[in-house]
Design a protein around this ligand. Structure first.
Ligand SMILES: Nc1ncnc2c1ncn2[C@@H]1O[C@H](COP(=O)(O)OP(=O)(O)O)[C@@H](O)[C@H]1O
Ligand SMILES: [Mg+2]
Ligand SMILES: [Zn+2]
Length: 514
């Protein structure tokens, strides 16, 4: 006898259809599963057979073979428990339903027949919808995440028994619905605010420009000047996540198993990731035998904050370059090659020298480093990496009088309004081009969207000559100037936009080549 069900397995961040076939013959007891990594087969068999028995069905002494096809796709076994159990029950004539193959099933079974949530559900829902499945039957806790795909009917179930009752028409289950507008209308109620940061107005402005245009930014300044404090407040001024971005980001977090059930598994805010400087290459970039996204991909559509940049391993800074360039990470395996999206805004901080006080104007703090050690320290950040950072900003120490006074700046919410407006201008400008912010413009797009009038041209030429800026710096200045003009709601880039953008390259010569 024979039973068949449909399920899905995650490949990278997308899901592939898996056909679960159960063949049941008489003879001595045997239960084999073909197509799973061998180390997980035993556990899978134990869960499935116990769940069947504990749900009030028979698991008699037959010869069972379960085939998970295609065989060459590496499967994370647990999500296939439910479809496996159902195929076996169909193969032993214990389910009276002809509808089994209309639906897709996922879910881990516990020994008592209850369903546990699995990873990567959003990707599975997308695939099931594209394949035209009549519905997706899954663990309750996964339902909200899957239900974001409106067009797909998502049926949450608690137990194996309930899934069967539904299939046999003995129990009705209402498809899960979510109100996406409601989900996304949550207020941003972060406990911190850029308002808390005293002084440092030019740094906050630089952060506003960076967030508006998605520009990578490096903050350089002595210890205690507030670099970490400001970076940790960036989330409060990031532009809203679009629905498309939210879905894409959720897929990544979901396959990594990091989505929180609080938001129904959805990532609704731009990620802010701040890995410690001891992080390994694989943890940053992704990989492993069952490839998982790394921090660069978990930061997709959000911020990757690398505090104290020179403290990171040289190899880590090296591997960072490829995703910064390509916005995607490619992980090659003998059998296949997978891609994880990695479009993030890099925010980095560093001291100007090993002791931290080079150039500091605060009394009692003078730099004790030799020129050699300063050079060596700065050279840890390679030219090609620096080249990818549009905005460099100096963060001076705050004076005591300033620290002891009341804060006087703007609230994050007000800055965020400007950031959102500027981002909307970019979304409209780049419609259909598959880029979303000024930072992503290629040279051709820069020529098209960053046209300068004669005054601006002259100004930029002068600045380039005076500061000895490279051709690459030239493109960065244009992109940043475009963002500054967008914040100013100005269609044309004007001289004041150029002069501000040039300031964000002030450190080019002085700092790196002294
Ligand atoms: N501009 C500032 N306004 C208010 N508090 C500040 C400011 N700069 C520093 N601080 C205080 O000093 C602490 C250390 O700042 P931090 O951000 O860790 O400095 P850095 O990362 O530059 O070494 C902060 O937690 C905050 O309490
Ligand atoms: Mg710090
Ligand atoms: Zn020093």
């Amino acid at each position: 006898m024979f039973g068949k069900t449909i399920s899905y397995a995650i490949q990278g961040i997308d899901a592939t259809k898996i056909v679960v076939e159960a063949d049941v013959k008489g003879g001595l007891f045997k239960f084999s599963i073909v197509g799973l990594p061998s180390n997980s087969v035993k556990e899978s068999r134990d869960r499935v057979s116990s769940a069947i028995k504990n749900s009030g069905y028979n698991f008699k002494s037959y010869n069972y073979t379960v085939n998970l096809a295609p065989a060459d796709i590496k499967k994370d076994g647990v999500a296939l428990d439910l479809p496996t159990a159902l195929a076996l029950l169909k193969g032993t004539n214990q389910i009276k339903s002809e509808k089994l193959e209309d639906y897709a099933f996922i879910g881990e079974l516990s020994l008592d027949g209850y369903l546990r949530p699995v990873k990567g559900v959003l990707s599975i829902a997308v695939a099931a919808w594209k394949d035209g499945m009549k519905g997706l039957i899954l663990p309750e806790k996964n339902a909200q995440e899957a239900a974001v795909i409106d067009e797909l009917n998502v049926f949450p179930v608690k137990t194996l028994g309930q899934a069967i009752a539904f299939l046999e028409g003995r129990e009705e289950i209402a498809p899960m619905k979510v109100d996406k507008d409601l989900l996304f209308s949550r207020l941003n109620n972060s406990p911190v605010d850029l308002f808390d940061v005293k002084g440092q107005f030019h740094v906050k402005r630089a952060l506003e420009v960076a967030c508006a245009g998605g520009h990578n930014i490096l903050m350089i300044g002595p210890p205690g000047s507030g670099k970490t404090m400001m970076a940790r407040r960036i989330s409060t001024i990031l532009p809203d996540l679009t629905l498309e971005e939210a879905l894409e980001t959720t897929k990544i977090h979901s396959v990594a198993g990091y989505t929180s059930l609080r938001s129904g598994g959805l990532v609704l805010d731009r990620p802010f990731r701040s890995p410690h400087h001891t992080i390994s290459d694989v943890a940053l970039i992704g990989g492993g035998s069952y490839p998982k996204p790394g921090e660069v991909s978990l930061s997709h559509n959000g911020v990757l904050f690398l505090d104290e940049l020179p403290e990171f391993k040289k190899s880590v800074l090296e591997v960072l370059r490829q995703p910064l360039e390509d916005e995607v990470v490619t992980i090659s395996r003998a059998s296949q090659s997978l891609e994880f999206p990695a479009k993030f805004m890099l925010v980095a901080s560093m001291n100007p020298c090993p002791c931290g006080y080079y150039g500091s104007e605060i009394e009692g703090h003078s730099c004790s480093c030799s020129m050699m050690s300063i050079k060596r320290y700065r050279s840890r950040i390679s030219g090609p990496l620096l080249d990818r950072i549009d905005i460099h900003v100096e963060v001076p120490s705050v004076k005591y009088e300033e620290l002891s006074s009341l804060p006087t700046g703007e609230k994050s919410a007000d800055i965020r309004i400007r950031v959102n407006k500027a981002r909307q201008i970019q979304l409209d400008r780049f419609k259909g081009l598959e880029i979303f912010s000024n930072s992503q413009m290629n040279p051709k797009q820069i020529r098209k969207y960053c046209i300068l009038d004669d005054d601006s041209k002259t100004l930029l030429k002068l600045a380039m000559e005076k500061k000895g800026l490279s051709a690459r710096a030239y493109e960065r200045i244009l992109k940043v100037a475009r963002t500054i003009a967008d914040l100013d709601n100005s269609e044309n880039i004007k001289t004041n936009h150029i002069s501000e953008a040039v300031q964000y390259r002030n450190l080019d010569k002085k700092f790196w080549e002294d």
